[in-house]
Design a protein around this ligand. Sequence first.
Ligand code: FES
Length: 104
Amino acid sequence: MSEWTTVTKTSKIKEGRGKSFTVNGRRIAILNENGKFCAVDNTCPHAMGSLGRGRIRNGTVVCPVHGYTYNTETGECLTDPRLRIRTYPVMVEDEEIRILTDPI
Ligand code: FES
């Protein structure tokens, strides 16, 4: 069953950056684009790069390993349409970032 889990505080993730966390057994990257937070699978399906270390711009995250680019809202890979990452609903309340996940 899906549940909202508090992951971190907004001040812990700088603008244009991301950070990875383990939430309910999943590796998830929380990304900050101009103060808007989103959550995606941390592991790039191309070759396991960490998307939490990627650059965030124009609604995308760029994998730091080979540069594959993913839409942070839909999870689609713009570099290789066969690849996709999962995205998760995010809620910010009292400067805490919560995401909705189901356990593995
Ligand atoms: S591992 Fe992410 S682009 Fe290759």
